[in-house]
Design a binder for this molecule. Structure first.
Ligand code: PEP
Ligand code: MG
Length: 944
């Protein structure tokens, strides 16, 4: 037995299926059948907008045409077209192909989704020598009629008849040249008439046939051309590139719309408008129009359009209708619209409408205001703003009006733009910064001990490293602009110069960096300041009410923490304690701790670090109270706190050289006397004074001691050298070798918490162990925590709440998460290291060596250090969460790697049931909005 639908199809084929729908008939939601544009025109017509009458030939007709062996139009199609043209004639009072009052139409393609590469629009179809005169009469403008005709012949010739464009252009330019016309508008009617004749001859010559005269013949050829364009190379390539299969779009529809003219006198006109101001979002009518003009006049820029408000005086009735159209559009589409209109002899037509593209400030403002006006609900208000768009509102930007060229390009490592004088080391940055100078720290790459330079600088530029290099991560954490890996710049810090090609940059010269694009400019470039508006606060408050994921911050200092709170951080998800060790008064103690030869010596240094760390943590807890603060115990390889081998070798060389110079200078006055015994003068006196100072220096053996000290450090640096430090002696592995370091940190955390509790400050410290690969490591550290906790509670006489957990950044930790969860109360995915471990890509090298090429040729779609690799690492993460929670159902799980601030990655984190994401302060608003979206769209998320 045949299924119902088959019976129906057969019935249709007997009568020819319905291939053509008028705008009144078509289903505005059926984009698959009518194409996006066609469906939209139907919807506009059916909600009562005055759209010029027209009809749509379906995508089904296209499929039939392309499948037919003879490539003929489906049987019955042209009959349906003719009957729809008849309806257009009736509706417009014009005649298709008629000499008097001719009906002209536009013909354009339109698939289910917007798809460049298919056929361009043919305008003014129906023109021939006779109807041309009719158009001239209709519009009272012979020049316009001729101009429309020559455009039609060229467009039709090119698109429907495959005549190469340059064949027309040659003729056109020749006429222009002969009559001395600079622009097209300089051509008079007689010249255009000549051009039309020449164009008709071009077509005849190229096709071997006269230009089709009959309007129906023109229409039939145009329909076939639209259908054929579906299989044109550009369209096919586009579909392949963007993987648009038959299920998404199969064939194109053809839209045939009657032409209306805005140049039919002072009661006609044309314009473009937005229902609200797209620059600010303000609820004001915004747009421009021209009286007695066609759209082309606006484009050609011959006449200056007027603001729509002027129409209130010039054409009051039309303005009233336009205002009504504006509110109808918003109340129907529930979205700010960008629309085109034409007025033909006092009749207002809406030709097109679409959602307006707006900047971030305008999107946020309209979201909040449209919700208040009852036009949209909170859900829509949140969903219509792309989280990444908020970046525009959070950082200074290069003035959009600036058009200068960058001198070099690097990786856009931390957004925002900044100008300042070049400095080549952190100390100079600090010194100049103190004087109030704006500086840009320019280094080959940065190291932890450069941190004070970061504080002082407006921005950081490095010639090496990528998005997760030290410079990038630290700058992002501080919200400072950073361009990393600008390989076109070579930095010679010793000579205090940098080269950009042949150009030499000296210390003190001004440059501007744009960390949002990676551009580096010479000199100062104007910037515009960010704007964290009340509306944004409002929108983000809705986001927090909606989201399930909490948004924490990665912050190491109270300065970072305060900024993060301003952006709405709900706690600290990662405090990297090593950053606290780098301040200039602390580093020597840390170095002493590293150089210690015995546990006692080490303990002595740690005893001095303890109160410093305790004070750090206390300040942080106070600022964040009552929110949780996750403190990560020391993570980097300890040699990172020491100078490099090369620096030490250079310093020792320099000191030795100095020693020789001092030695020679000690005998300098004797030498002078010896050489010139006749003239002992004051210079010998001053030399003797200097000699005295130098002698004392030598007796004190200060140089020897300094050299010996540096040599000790050099030996230690050599001893600590690792081939692959990122996979070396770091994180919890340090604690196994030097337990007293972690002990001191744990004590500092718990004592700081105890002091806060005593002062009535609510605290939630969370102690986190990095680089764990086995539960045995946690078993090793846990007793310190238990022991210190017990003692501290006893000493302070208070209860100290705390959590003990681990980072998950080693693949083995993922596979052993059930075991780890027996001890850890929380997990935090360190996806910087975990990505490195998953791919076996060194994050220091990958980004400016091979990753860009991987992305460019499509081996990897994204940079896994920025966008969470859902397909690979995502599986590891999902398993980790699942197994961890089997052991401990209330296990809290978060993410604190860089991907924690990336919207699509956040969506995945929501999907696998994480409790929070943690990111640098300026990403927080983006993450809050992304967390709300993840919740709202959770049912649409698929991942395999
Ligand atoms: C991580 O590995 O994701 C992480 C947050 O730690 P770090 O970047 O400090 O190694
Ligand atoms: Mg890590």
């Amino acid at each position: 037995m045949k299924r119902q639908s088959e019976v129906k199809d057969n019935q249709h084929s007997a009568e020819a299926p319905m291939y053509v729908y008028s705008f009144q008939e078509g289903d505005g939601k059926n984009k698959a059948l009518l194409g996006g544009k066609g469906a939209n025109l139907c919807e506009m017509t059916q909600i009562g907008l005055n759209v010029p009458p027209g009809f749509i030939i379906t995508t089904q007709a296209c499929a039939g045409f392309l499948a037919a062996p003879d490539k003929g139009l489906p049987v019955g199609l042209m009959d349906q077209v003719r009957s729809h043209i008849a309806s257009l004639e009736q509706a417009t009072g014009k005649g298709f192909g008629a000499k008097d009052n001719p009906l002209l139409v536009s013909v354009r393609s339109g698939a289910a989704i917007s798809m460049p590469g298919m056929m361009d629009t043919i305008l003014n179809l129906g023109l021939n020598r006779e109807t041309l005169d009719g158009l001239a009469l209709q519009t009272g403008n012979q020049r316009f009629a001729l101009d429309s005709y020559r455009r039609f012949i060229q467009l039709f010739g090119k698109i429907a008849l495959d005549v190469p464009d340059d064949r027309f252009d040659e003729k056109f330019e020749a006429v222009k040249k002969r009559v001395d016309a600079v622009a097209d508008v300089d051509l008079k009617a007689t010249h255009l008439k000549e051009v039309c004749e020449l164009f008709l001859a071009v077509v005849q010559e190229h096709t071997g046939r006269p230009f089709p005269y009959d309007a129906y013949e023109q229409l039939e050829i145009a329909i076939q051309a639209v259908f054929n364009s579906w299989m044109g190379k550009r369209a096919v390539d586009y579909r392949r590139e963007f993987q648009i299969g038959e299920d998404i779009a199969s064939g194109t529809a053809v839209n045939v719309v009657s032409m209306v003219f805005g140049n039919r006198g002072d009661d006609s006109g044309t314009g473009v408008a937005f229902t609200r101001n797209p620059g600010t979002g303000e609820n004001e009518f915004y747009g421009e129009y021209l009286v007695n003009a066609q759209g082309e006049d606006v484009v050609a820029g011959i006449r200056t359009p007027k603001a729509v408000q002027e129409m209130a005086k010039e054409m009051p009735e039309m303005y009233r209708q336009l205002e009504a159209l504006r509110s109808k559009l918003e109340s129907h589409y529930h979205e700010v619209q960008d629309f085109e209109f034409t007025i033909e002899k006092g009749v207002l037509y809406c030709l097109q409408t679409r959602a307006a593209r707006m900047n971030a400030a305008a999107m946020v403002r309209t979201s909040v205001e449209m919700e208040r006006e009852g036009l949209i609900d909170k859900e829509r208000a949140l969903l219509r703003v792309e989280p990444e768009l908020l970046e525009q509102l959070l950082y200074p930007r290069i003035d959009p009006g600036f058009s200068g060229k960058p001198a070099a390009h690097g990786i856009a490592a931390s957004p925002g733009a900044a100008s300042g004088r070049i400095v080549f080391d952190a100390d100079t940055a600090e010194a100049q910064g103190r004087l109030g100078d704006k500086v840009i720290l320019v280094r080959e790459e940065t190291k932890p001990e450069d941190i004070h330079g970061f504080f002082a600088a407006q921005g950081i530029l490095t010639s090496r490293g990528g998005k997760t290099s030290h410079a990038a991560v630290v700058a992002r954490g501080m919200g400072k602009p950073c361009v990393a890996g600008a390989e076109g710049i070579s930095v010679d810090a010793r000579a205090r110069t940098a080269f950009v090609g042949d150009h030499v940059l000296h210390e003190g010269e001004t440059i501007t960096i744009d960390g949002s694009t990676g551009a580096v400019y010479l000199g100062e470039v104007p910037t515009v300041e960010p704007d964290f508006s009340g509306e944004l606060e409002n929108l983000l408050a809705w986001a927090d009410q909606t989201a399930r994921l909490k948004v924490m911050t990665n912050a190491d200092t109270t300065q970072d923490a305060n900024r993060a709170l301003k952006y709405g951080a709900m706690g600290i998800g990662l405090c990297r304690t090593e950053r606290m060790f780098n301040a200039s008064e602390r580093l020597p103690i840390v170095v002493e701790m590293i150089l210690a030869e015995t546990p006692e010596e080490r303990q002595s240094a740690l005893d001095r670090l303890l109160p410093i760390q305790r004070a750090d943590f206390k300040e942080l807890f106070q600022v964040m109270s009552p929110r949780p603060v996750t403190v990560r115990l020391l993570d980097p390889p300890i040699h990172e706190f020491l100078p490099t081998e090369q620096e030490l070798v250079d310093e020792i060389d320099h000191l030795r050289h100095l020693r020789g110079t001092v030695q020679e200078m000690v005998g300098l006055s004797d030498t002078v006397k010896l050489l010139d015994p006749e003239h002992p003068d004051e210079s010998v006196d001053s030399l003797e004074k200097l000699q005295h100072i130098l002698k004392k220096l030598r007796e004190g053996r200060i140089d020897e001691k300094l050299i010996a000290q540096k040599e000790t450090i050099l030996r230690k640096v050599r001893a600590l050298r690792e081939i692959n430090p990122m996979l070396g002696h770091r994180g919890v592995r340090l604690a196994i070798t030097y337990p007293e370091i972690y002990r001191m940190q744990i004590q500092a955390i718990l004592e700081a918490a105890a002091e806060c509790v005593k002062e009535g400050i609510k605290v939630h410290p969370e102690i986190m162990v990095p680089q764990v690969c086995t539960s045995k490591e946690l078993e090793f550290v846990e007793p310190f925590v238990v022991d210190v906790h017990r003692k501290t509670e006893r000493t302070y006489g208070v209860k100290i709440p705390f959590q003990f957990g681990t980072m998950i950044e080693v693949v083995r930790a993922c596979m052993r998460s059930d075991k780890l969860a027996q001890i850890a109360q929380f997990f935090s995915f360190g996806t910087n290291d975990l990505s490195q471990a998953t791919f076996s890509f060194s994050r220091e090298d990958a980004e400016n060596k091979f990753l860009p090429l991987y992305n460019q040729i499509g081996i990897l779609r994204d940079n896994p250090f920025e966008v969470l690799d859902v397909e690979g690492m995502g599986r590891l993460m999902a398993i980790t969460v699942e197994w961890g929670r089997k052991t401990r159902p209330d296990l809290v799980v978060g993410i604190c790697g860089e991907q924690g601030g990336h919207p699509e990655s956040i969506r995945f984190c929501h999907h696998i049931g994480l409790d929070y994401v943690s990111c640098s302060a300026p990403r927080i608003p983006i993450a809050r909005l992304a967390a709300a979206r993840a919740k709202l769209l959770e049912n649409e998320y698929h991942f395999d």
